[in-house]
Ligand binder design. Structure first.
Ligand SMILES: Nc1ncnc2c1ncn2[C@@H]1O[C@H](COP(=O)(O)OP(=O)(O)O)[C@@H](O)[C@H]1O
Ligand SMILES: [Mg+2]
Length: 385
């Protein structure tokens, strides 16, 4: 079994991380396809697929709905292999989450119908990385799939995704929440036992927004507080899932300085947090062959044969331009190799390194995913020195 095949066979969860635009979504989908072809039941949980890729996976709408991807016969899918895809729907996820962590249906309803909650739900759902970790927990533990491949959202800060689990637990645990709750601890009726600064603030808010606003605020914080244990238990479970030996993070980068810096940062963070990392996928690279072709010796004969159609000046110009283009490509490739050495030096002993070239065209359909996936099977030899 190749290293890539083993990676897909031995794990239950693969998480692609890296900076925006490097190919996380493409690599996650390509890995999912490869694993399905090996006979696994796979779900690719994707965040922001390009519209054409979403269409070719059959993902025409959001809704946290898993869709079975039709795989053509020529992919020779092993028995039992299935590919499913799901597009994260943050608004749906936050509602599911409230239901799941609420002690009872009445509390869930109180929160979900509360106007304060409705106002903040959009901004909580806007935190895609947090919603992704929440949805992830459901799909990994539901038992429907042998492997889940997670594509992660574009993050402004590499820490955002790794710190996402527990964001609501931290919010409910924060001083600010206690501060808001302080006035009602002894007595829920406003205006009677309001104490200290928060009491003054509530009186002020009450005089501006009216009593009903304060009642809603009170109801929201009271109900939300009762979710704290649920949020905490979930965040602990998600972090345990990140650290599980059946989980592997894959750090995806492109051969650009910025994405390599982010990749090195992720490698360090994953190591520091005891989260298992399989290695680095260097995507969209421009590898060149070792033998440097000379335009004249490769194409000169052909050009002379066409002499009747092309003037000798045109053939000379063409050969010179092709030669220059080849030199530029080699310079780019050498620069990328020098950059990638930096990320390879930051890798640990057990890490693998995959080199994926920039493919002609975009990765927007199943056959492009198939081509991309083939580069994820072999392993580039370890760095020397
Ligand atoms: N190896 C590749 N060759 C050619 N195009 C690629 C390759 N990998 C990704 N792309 C294209 O680059 C763009 C960004 O890729 P995407 O997977 O959406 O990145 P991310 O999810 O990290 O933002 C997409 O248009 C995709 O089709
Ligand atoms: Mg993406």
């Amino acid at each position: 079994m190749t290293v890539g095949a083993k990676l897909l066979h031995d794990h239950k969860l693969l998480i692609c991380v890296g900076s925006g635009g490097v190919g996380k979504t493409s690599v996650a989908a390509a890995l999912g396809l490869q694993a399905a072809m090996q006979g696994r039941r796979v779900l690719v949980l994707t965040i922001d697929p390009a519209r054409r890729l979403a269409n070719s996976l059959g993902l025409s709408r959001f809704g946290n709905q898993a869709v079975r991807v039709d795989l053509p016969d020529e992919f020779a899918v092993a028995e039992g292999g299935q590919l499913w895809a799901m597009m994260l729907d943050p608004a749906h996820t936050i509602r599911d989450l409230i239901h799941r962590v609420s002690p009872d249906q009445a509390t869930a309803d109180r929160i979900l119908n509360n106007r304060i909650f409705l106002a903040i739900a959009d901004s909580i759902a806007g935190s895609q990385d947090y919603m992704a970790t929440e949805k992830l927990y459901d799909v990994v533990t539901c038992g429907d799939y042998d492997l889940v491949v997670l594509d992660t959202p574009p993050v402004k800060n590499a820490m955002d995704f790794l710190d996402a689990p527990g964001r609501l637990a931290r919010l409910t645990d924060q001083q600010i929440m206690k501060w808001f709750l302080a006035p009602y601890d002894k007595e829920r009726i406003f205006g009677r036992f309001l104490l200290g600064t928060s009491g003054l603030l509530f009186k002020l808010l009450g005089s501006i927004f009216g009593r009903s606003f304060l009642d809603e605020l009170s109801e929201f914080f009271q109900a939300f507080r009762s979710l704290y244990d649920g949020f905490r238990a979930r965040s602990i479970a998600v972090i345990a899932m990140f650290r599980d030996s059946k989980t592997a993070f894959l750090v995806v980068c492109a051969p650009t300085s910025a994405s390599i810096d982010t990749a090195r940062f992720f490698l360090g963070e994953l190591r520091g947090r005891g989260m298992p990392c399989a290695g680095v996928v260097a995507n969209q690279t421009h590898p060149v062959g070792e033998i440097v072709p000379d335009a004249e010796s490769v194409l000169g004969g052909l050009c002379r044969d066409l002499d009747g159609d092309l003037s000798s000046h045109t053939t000379q110009t063409l050969l010179a331009r092709l030669g220059a283009a080849d030199r530029r490509l080699r310079e780019l490739s050498a620069l990328e190799t020098r950059r990638l050495v930096q990320v390879r030096r930051a890798m640990g002993g057990g890490h693998r390194f995959w080199l994926v070239p920039r493919l002609p065209g975009q990765v927007h359909d199943l056959s492009a995913l198939h081509r991309l996936g083939r580069y994820l099977a072999p392993l580039v030899p370890p760095l020397e020195g």
